[in-house]
Design a protein around this ligand. Structure first.
Ligand code: 13P
Ligand code: SF4
Length: 367
C-alpha cells in the first residue's frame, strides 16, 4: 500500500528554526528536481529559501524556462496557475498554502466578465471586433482563457503599456480587468484622458454605464482594486514631503491615480527594487508598495546611506502572501522528498491551452 502524505498538522508545531533546517535538507535531497520561486512580497523567513525571486513577469519567465520537475511557488494562487500553464505539462506546480489567494483577482470572475461581454455586444454590435479584453496577470486562469478565446492578452505591472499599445493596434477599445488603477495609470500615461476611461461596476446592469458612455469610452476599467495598495493615500506623500522636500517617491501602479500622479517613479516590484538599489547615497525614498518588500529594501539600503520609508503610517501587508510560512514550505518539500505531491495547482488542459495563447502573446509583446 502506498504511504500516505505527511499531514500539515505535524509541521505546524515546528518552530521556524527547525523548519529552516528541514527546508534546506529537503532542497539538498531534491537538488535540481525542484525550483522554489519567491515573489518579492514574501516574508523573510520564506523569501530566503527561494532559488529565484522577482515580480510576476520575471517569475512567469522563470517558470516557463525552468527544467525542474517541481516548481514550488511562494506567492499567490494565480502565480502558481501561470507557472502550471507556462511550464511543460509533465512539470508540477505547487502552492505551499492553498489559501494564498489574491483579493483583487477575486474581484473578477468568469460569470461577471462573460455578462459584461454580452452587454458590450448589445451596445457595440460585435464586441470581438471592437474591444480587446486585457486581463492583469492577477486573475484566475479561466479569465486568461477568456482573453485567449476573444483575441485578448494578459499584462503585468511591468509590461502594461506595451500590452495596451498592442491592444489598441488590434481594436479601438479595451476592456481591462480586474485592476482599475493599473488600467487608469497606464492609459493616462499613454495620453488617454480620464474622460475616455469609464469604470465598469460589475454589480450593476450594463456596468452602471449609459450607452453613450460605453460608445465614447476607449478604456472600460473593471471596478477592482488591491486592498493593500488602497491604503496608500496622497496625503501620506504630502506629509512626508513637508519633512523631506528633496525626497523621492516611488509607487506601484496598483496605487490610486492620485498617488501615482504625486510619485516621481511608478513601476513593478522589480522596478522599484532596481531603481532604489541604484539610488545616490544620502537620498531619501518613500515607497508605496507592500511592507515585506519595503522592510527588506530598508535594511539593504541603510548601510549605503539610502533612507527607505514605507508610505503608510499604518502597517499594511498582503495577508494572503503572508499565508505562506516556513511550515508549509517544509511540508510540501518533505513530501516531495518522500515522492508525494501535495498542493498541486493544475489548470485543466483546455483552459490552459486558451490561457497560454493570451500569456504567450504577452511574452512576445513584452520582449
Ligand atoms: P508585481 O508583478 O509588480 O510584482 O506585482 C504583483 C502584485 O500582486 C502586486 O500587488
Ligand atoms: Fe493581490 Fe494586492 Fe496581495 Fe498583490 S498585494 S497579491 S494585488 S492582494
Amino acid at each position: 500500500m502506498a504511504a500516505t502524505a505527511m499531514e500539515i498538522q505535524e509541521f505546524s508545531l515546528l518552530d521556524d528554526q527547525e523548519c529552516d533546517a528541514r527546508i534546506e535538507a529537503a532542497k539538498a535531497a531534491l537538488g535540481d528536481r525542484v525550483v522554489i520561486l519567491g515573489h518579492h512580497y514574501q516574508r523573510d523567513e520564506v523569501f530566503k529559501h527561494a532559488h529565484f525571486s522577482g515580480d510576476s513577469l520575471k517569475l512567469s519567465r522563470e517558470a516557463a524556462s525552468c527544467d525542474a520537475e517541481y516548481i514550488v511557488f511562494c506567492g499567490v494562487h494565480f502565480m502558481a496557475e501561470v507557472a502550471d500553464i507556462l511550464s511543460r505539462r509533465d512539470q508540477v506546480a505547487i502552492l505551499p498554502d492553498m489559501a494564498a489567494g489574491c483579493s483583487m483577482a477575486d474581484m473578477a470572475n468568469l460569470r461577471n466578465v462573460e455578462r459584461a461581454w454580452r452587454e458590450l455586444n448589445e451596445v457595440l454590435g460585435d464586441a470581438d471586433a471592437a474591444v480587446t479584453p486585457v486581463t492583469y496577470i492577477n486573475s484566475a486562469a479561466d479569465l486568461k482563457a477568456f482573453c485567449g478565446r476573444h483575441g485578448g492578452i494578459v499584462c503585468t505591472s511591468t509590461n502594461a503599456r506595451q500590452v495596451l499599445e498592442w491592444s489598441f493596434a488590434q481594436r479601438e477599445k479595451v476592456l481591462f480587468f480586474p485592476d482599475q488603477h493599473l488600467g487608469r495609470n497606464t492609459g493616462f500615461g499613454m495620453d488617454i484622458s480620464l474622460d475616455e476611461m469609464v469604470v465598469w461596476d460589475f454589480d450593476q446592469p450594463m456596468g452602471g454605464l449609459s450607452r453613450d458612455e460605453i460608445l465614447n469610452a476607449r478604456m472600460i476599467l473593471w471596478k477592482g482594486f488591491c486592498s493593500v495598495h488602497q491604503m496608500f493615500r496622497p496625503q501620506h506623500i504630502e506629509n512626508w514631503k513637508q519633512d523631506h522636500p528633496d525626497g523621492i517617491v516611488i509607487s506601484h501602479p496598483e496605487n490610486a491615480f492620485e498617488v501615482c500622479q504625486k510619485s516621481d517613479f511608478v513601476g513593478s516590484t522589480e522596478y522599484i527594487l532596481n531603481t532604489v538599489r541604484q539610488a545616490e547615497p544620502g537620498s531619501k525614498w518613500l515607497v508605496g508598495t507592500e511592507l515585506n518588500l519595503v522592510n527588506r529594501l530598508h535594511h539593504e539600503m541603510k548601510p549605503k546611506n539610502v533612507q527607505v520609508q514605507f508610505m503608510s503610517p499604518t502597517v499594511c501587508m498582503c495577508s494572503t502572501m503572508f499565508r505562506t510560512d516556513p511550515q508549509h514550505l517544509a511540508w510540501v518539500l518533505e513530501n516531495l522528498v518522500d515522492g508525494k505531491v501535495v498542493n498541486q495547482i493544475k489548470v485543466p488542459d483546455d483552459e490552459a491551452d486558451q490561457a497560454r495563447k493570451a500569456l504567450d502573446l504577452m511574452l512576445q509583446v513584452s520582449n
